[in-house]
Ligand binder design. Structure first.
Ligand code: URA
Length: 209
């Protein structure tokens, strides 16, 4: 069953508000995106399986629990998704990282793929696709479709800000994929930007405007 999980912890709300401010510069913007991604990851990984292995404390043996971090695959959608990689890897340092290059044609708003490289995917892979702005959902749906074609089954989408239109589009195309986000904003404008949003996440991360 499709789940939209808005992780609206006070720390996340506070940090996201600073990111939205138009005066916030790239250094702070990058740091905050990394921190919020780490905080969302804490919630977005609740479902991942643990296996038991005995551990010996200085006093006695007891049950221990580990995650199989070899099965975790993090896939940022280029380019803004790159700003989320360090935050998730801080909690999952042994995860593999794939990359998907998709841009939205500004005329047609359709997805155009230009790069795709991921580690081997299988039905046990725990896949986290990252894009800070879930706007029209076109790139997200395209990325999820490709990941499924390569054998991915357990897929979670993590965004910073989502639009109702993007969420609906993913729910329709991929109802088996859960979305974790810090905010569900009001709407998209005619250019596919999220309102109130924070502007162009890629430009703000990489100072390209
Ligand atoms: N991509 C962005 O960077 N910002 C938006 O508002 C929508 C898509």
């Amino acid at each position: 069953m499709f789940v939209l999980y808005v992780v609206d912890h006070p720390l996340i709300k506070h940090k996201l508000t600073i990111m939205r401010k138009k005066e916030t510069g790239p250094k702070e913007f990058r740091e905050l995106l990394r921190e919020i991604t780490l905080l969302i990851t804490y919630e977005a990984t609740r479902h991942i399986p643990v296996y038991e292995l005995e551990v010996e404390t200085p006093l006695e043996k007891t049950k221990g629990y580990y995650i199989n971090d070899k099965d975790i695959v993090v896939i940022p959608i280029l380019r803004a998704g790159l700003g989320m990689v360090d935050g998730i890897l801080e909690l999952l340092p042994n995860a593999s990282v794939g990359h998907i290059g998709i841009y939205r044609d500004p005329e047609t708003l359709k997805a155009v793929d230009y790069y795709f490289k991921t580690p081997k995917l299988h039905d046990k892979s725990e896949i986290f696709i990252l894009d800070p702005m879930l706007a029209t959902g076109v790139s997200a749906i395209d990325a999820i479709t490709k990941v499924k074609e390569l054998g991915g089954k357990q897929i979670t989408f993590i965004s910073l800000i989502s639009s109702p239109e993007g969420v609906k589009a993913i729910e329709k195309a991929h109802p088996d994929v859960d979305i974790y986000t810090a905010s569900l904003d009001r709407e998209l404008n005619d250019h596919g930007y999220i309102l109130p949003g924070l502007g162009d996440a890629g430009d703000r991360l990489f100072r390209t405007k």
